[in-house]
Structures are given as structure tokens and as C-alpha cells.
Design a protein around this ligand. Structure first.
Ligand code: GLP
Length: 262
């Protein structure tokens, strides 16, 4: 696992955006580059940088296919808290990606089982995901894979915990009862089948989750800890998120990442 510790959120976002743009630019066609994407406040800075780079001609999304991690059940596209709305508002509407290349789970489906199975099939039809960017919840959930979700889970229906509803209620007028109780989400296994997994962890409120991800044992209690089993996992974090890792852990990653890469 690589842990890239940046001074602040701005620098973490820039590092991750450059990493994604480099991966897209070094991809050899004609098959598209397949990019997995998250919502939440953590990736907003990365999206802003990628939009700037796209407008400056430094990266194009014309041959990129995206798969988003998750979507609330019961929110239509036009609901300003649906992840469809979030992604278009914060990213897709501002870059040169063809709409047909965008894949998102449909939280309004009548048949969630089929919707999720079809999503897995669509990912497989592209030969899997090249790079999955993710964020994590304060309880270490990745996508909507709450504590005790199987580490080999696939795309499916998830029940949100009360903790997550309370945390996410900041987008729903601070009223947890307004947060949908269910979501469709890729599984931990779906994310970890990706060739590269890049997870953004920033802010003091994620310090405990970062420590469990990097130093704790692999456990379904912290679904993000499955990252330890992936052979190309990268965490991009800021100093604020490092508050609960050991000084030696911090020094180790600073040391190896400051060495020149071969
Ligand atoms: C939600 C999403 C996750 C996201 C998490 C953290 O629960 N389902 O994919 O990683 O929130 O969000 P934030 O980045 O706003 O802290």
C-alpha cells in the first residue's frame, strides 16, 4: 500500500487529480479507460482540478468510461441530493465526457437485484475498472459498504446505518429522517477487483478511519481495511487525517514517498 501524505486538502486533491490524469493519458486505446468514481465532499477538490486540466487541454475524457460507486434509493435524478445530480453538477457537466460513457446505478429502479447484476455485467463487459477512486465514511465504509459488509461483497442493495444517516444529514437540512435508508452500492469486492484503487482520506474526522485502514487488522468492521489485500492500493490523505497513526507509520510513508521513484 502507498500512503501519500500531503500538507492539506488542496495539495491532496492536486496530487490525486494529477495521478488520475497521468493514468488516463498513459492509457493505450482503442479500448476506453474505465474510471470508478465516488461522491461526497472528499472528491470535490479532485473534480475541480480535473475540470481545470480538461479545460486547459491537459486531459480529455472522450475515451473514458465511468462507473459511480453508489446511489440513494428513491431519489430521482433531479433531486439535488441524488448522486446523479451531484456528479453532473460537480463534474460531468464541465468536462468533455460523452453522456453515453457515464454509468450510474439507478436508485429509482423497480428491480434492484437486476439493476445491480446488470451493473456488474456492464463493468465486466469493459474488462473491469482500471482505476477506482473512492472516499470513506468516518466509520470506514467504502461506497455504502457499512461495517460488517462482507469484504467480498458485490454490487447490491445496502441499508444505511443510523451513524451514516446522521453524518449525511448535513446535506438533508440536518434531519437524519430525511436521509434515504437504502442505497445501491458497488461491493467491496467490486472496488477491489479494480486494477488500481485510490482512496481519499482527509480531515480530522477521518483520522480514526485512516489508522484502521493502514495499521489495523483486515476486518469487516472497517471495510476500508480490505485495501491492505489489494496489490495496487493508494491512499491520498492530508496531515489532518494523520492524527491517529503512529509517528513511526507517518515517518515510514513520508520517507518512502520522498525517495526518487524508479
Ligand atoms: C457517503 C458515500 C461514500 C463517501 C462517504 C464520505 O456515505 N456513500 O462513498 O465516501 O459518504 O463522504 P465525505 O467525502 O463527504 O466525507
Amino acid at each position: 500500500m502507498r500512503v501519500i501524505i500531503q500538507e492539506n486538502y488542496e495539495k491532496m486533491s492536486l496530487w490525486a487529480a494529477n495521478f488520475i490524469a497521468d493514468a488516463i493519458n498513459s492509457h493505450k486505446g482503442p479500448n476506453p479507460f474505465v474510471l470508478g468514481l465516488p461522491t461526497g465532499s472528499s472528491p470535490i477538490g479532485v473534480y475541480k482540478k480535473l475540470i481545470e486540466m480538461n479545460k486547459a487541454g491537459k486531459v480529455t475524457f472522450k475515451n473514458v468510461v465511468t462507473f459511480n460507486m453508489d446511489e440513494y434509493v428513491g431519489l430521482p435524478h433531479e433531486h439535488d441530493q441524488s448522486y446523479w445530480y451531484f456528479m453532473h453538477d460537480n463534474f460531468f457537466n464541465h468536462i468533455d465526457i460523452p453522456e453515453k460513457n457515464i454509468n450510474m446505478l439507478n436508485g429509482m429502479t423497480d428491480d434492484p437485484v437486476k439493476e445491480c447484476q446488470d451493473y456488474e455485467k456492464r463493468i465486466a463487459s469493459y474488462g473491469g475498472i482500471d482505476l477506482f477512486m473512492g472516499g470513506i465514511g468516518v466509520d470506514g465504509h467504502i461506497a455504502f459498504n457499512e461495517p460488517f459488509t462482507s469484504l467480498s461483497s458485490r454490487t447490491g442493495l445496502r441499508t444505511l446505518t443510523t451513524d451514516t444517516k446522521i453524518v449525511n444529514s448535513r446535506f438533508f437540512g440536518n434531519d437524519p429522517s430525511k436521509v434515504p435508508s437504502y442505497a445501491l452500492s458497488v461491493g467491496v469486492g467490486t472496488v477491489f477487483d479494480s486494477k488500481i484503487v485510490l482512496v481519499l482520506i482527509n480531515g480530522h474526522n477521518k483520522a480514526r478511519a485512516l489508522a484502521h485502514t493502514v495499521e489495523g487488522g483486515v476486518s469487516q468492521m472497517w471495510t476500508c481495511s480490505a485495501l491492505q489485500m489489494h496489490n495496487n492500493a493508494i491512499i491520498a490523505c492530508d496531515e489532518a487525517a494523520c492524527g491517529e497513526i503512529k509517528v513511526d507509520t507517518y515517518r515510514y510513508f513520508k520517507d518512502v514517498e520522498s525517495a526518487e521513484r524508479l
